[in-house]
Design a protein around this ligand. Structure first.
Ligand SMILES: [Zn+2]
Length: 271
């Protein structure tokens, strides 16, 4: 007989498995990524009806079939529904991308409390109506950290010396994705022409996110000038593509949609 387990879980992807069942991919704190069949979920009088949806945190009871295979859901109950996301297309778009990136870089079968915490705090922030772009930049930074690819911002990724502040605070600092982080001035001089650079302010923003960790981001910590977020977005794009070995589908479109909407909101506010 298979054992029954209980876990908290966020629904990352829900797809049709048969005329009567759903296949649900989850992120859990105890098992990382896992998937369940939800038998009977598509029947009109299913006990699962209304108990789970995309981006929701749920309590999941399941029968374990195989260590890394698809398990069978026994019961599901919502903990946080985040229904606000259904009424804000920008936030919905950003939440979809956040779940897609979690699926692309997360490891199945092993505990991942940090990734689970980052996903939850980011979905909470999006549902509460905070601006999506800084939430996305913060999420990408922390998501890569919990996947084991922390962007190096404390010391030079080439020689290992603690990063000195540049002479001018606005002087660009090289971020070398291949080496995994920022590069000091001395090492930068020996490298080919820089592709991605960050200002000291952007480096400090990334440091702040990494040090603060996965807890709910406070609103002040998410107020960043547009040019700083653009720098971080560009650097993280190269970094993710390199470590995930492929571009993440929908990333550029998500940022573009969220940026356009942000612009319009400012213009409306200025009228
Ligand atoms: Zn160096």
């Amino acid at each position: 007989m298979s054992s029954i387990f209980r876990t908290e879980a966020v629904a990352l992807r829900i797809s049709r498995h048969s005329n009567t069942s759903h296949f649900v991919a989850w992120l859990t704190p105890d098992r990382g990524q896992m998937s369940t069949l939800v038998k009977g979920a598509r029947r009109p009088k299913s006990e699962f009806f209304g108990q789970y949806d995309l981006f929701q945190s749920c309590e999941l009871l399941y029968y374990e079939r195989e260590r890394s295979g698809t398990h069978i859901a026994r019961s599901i109950a919502p903990i946080k529904t985040r229904t606000e996301l259904r009424h804000d297309w920008r936030a919905y778009c950003a939440a979809s991308y956040v779940c897609a990136l979690s699926m692309a870089v997360g490891a199945p079968g092993s505990p991942d409390r940090e990734m689970y915490g980052v996903l939850n705090s980011s979905l909470d922030a999006l549902a509460s109506g905070l601006p999506p772009i800084p939430i996305l930049c913060r999420f990408e930074t922390l998501c890569m950290k919990s996947a084991g690819w922390t962007p190096g911002v404390e010391s030079c990724a080439s020689c290992g010396h603690k990063l000195d502040s540049p002479v001018a605070p606005n002087a660009p600092i090289r971020f070398d994705s291949v080496r995994g982080g920022v590069v000091c001035n001395a090492c930068d001089a020996h490298l080919p022409a820089a592709a991605d650079t960050l200002s000291l302010h952007s480096v400090n923003t990334i440091r702040h996110w990494l040090r603060a960790g996965s807890q709910h981001p406070d609103t002040r910590a998410l107020e960043h000038p547009r040019n700083r977020l653009l720098e971080i977005r560009r650097v993280m794009g190269t970094f993710i593509e390199l470590h995930a070995h492929s571009p993440i589908r929908g990333r550029q479109l998500t940022y573009e949609l969220c940026s356009l909407a942000g612009q319009r909101r400012v213009e409306e506010g200025q009228r």
